[in-house]
Design a protein around this ligand. Structure first.
Ligand code: MG
Length: 205
C-alpha cells in the first residue's frame, strides 16, 4: 500500500472583539484571530498538509487572500476542497497530528471536542485526529497563534485496483505489439498498430 505524508503550518495574530475560530469551533475568548477568512489557524494548517501530501499546491493557490469570495469564509470550505483533491488523487487519510502554539485560551480542556469537530469535517474517526497545544515560551509571540500539522495518507484499495487494471491492459498491448512484430518479420505482413479510441470525440458537445 502506497503511503505519503503532508506537512502544513500557519499563523494568525489575535485581535480584540472578533470571534475565535479554531478547529471548526467558536471558542469563548475576548480575542479572535485576524484573517481574510475566519482565521482558523488549525484548519488552514491541516488543509496545507492534505494538499502537500498529494503535491496539489497550497491553500493560497486555491483561495488567494485578496479574493472577496473568501472574505470571512468558513475555513471548512478550504478543508473540503483539500479532501476532494486527496480523493481525486486516490488517497485517504490514515491520521492527522497537530500542535497549536498559543498562550490563551487553554486548549487541553477542549481538545476532545476539537478532535471530534475536525474528525467530523474530515469524515474520519476521532482516534485518527490528534490535537496538542503548547505555549510560545521564549518566542515573544504572545499575541499570535501558530499551528503545525502532519498527515499520513494511503492509496485507496479502489485506486490500487484501477492501477493494476491499467497495468494488465498495458501488458496486453505490449504482447499484441510483440505478436505483430513477429508476424511482420515472419510473413512480411504489415504491422497493425491500430489504437481504438476510448470514446468518439464527435459525440462530445
Ligand atoms: Mg491562515
Amino acid at each position: 500500500m502506497e503511503t505519503r505524508i503532508g506537512f502544513g503550518w500557519d499563523s494568525h495574530a489575535f485581535k480584540a472583539g472578533i470571534p475565535l475560530r479554531i478547529g471548526g469551533m467558536t471558542l469563548e475568548h475576548p480575542e479572535g484571530l485576524v484573517g481574510h477568512s475566519d482565521g482558523d489557524v488549525l484548519l488552514h494548517a491541516v488543509t496545507d498538509a492534505l494538499l502537500g501530501a498529494v503535491a496539489a499546491g497550497d491553500i493560497g493557490s486555491f483561495f488567494p487572500p485578496g479574493d472577496p469570495r473568501w472574505k470571512d469564509a468558513n475555513s471548512a470550505i478550504f478543508l473540503k476542497l483539500a479532501m476532494e483533491e486527496l480523493q481525486h488523487a486516490g488517497f485517504r487519510i490514515v491520521n492527522v497530528d497537530t500542535t497549536l502554539i498559543m498562550n490563551a485560551p487553554k486548549i487541553a480542556p477542549i481538545a476532545g471536542d476539537m478532535r471530534s469537530s475536525v474528525a467530523d469535517l474530515l469524515g474520519i474517526e476521532m482516534d485518527q485526529v490528534s490535537i496538542k497545544a503548547k505555549t510560545p515560551e521564549g518566542l515573544g509571540l504572545d499575541h499570535v497563534a501558530q499551528c503545525h500539522a502532519v498527515v499520513l495518507v494511503e492509496r485507496t484499495a479502489e485506486s490500487d485496483d484501477l492501477k493494476s487494471m491499467s497495468a494488465v491492459i498495458e501488458s496486453q498491448r505490449q504482447l499484441e505489439d510483440v505478436v505483430d512484430d513477429l508476424l511482420a518479420s515472419v510473413h512480411g505482413l504489415p504491422k497493425k498498430r491500430t489504437i481504438d479510441p476510448v470514446y468518439d470525440t464527435e459525440d462530445i458537445t
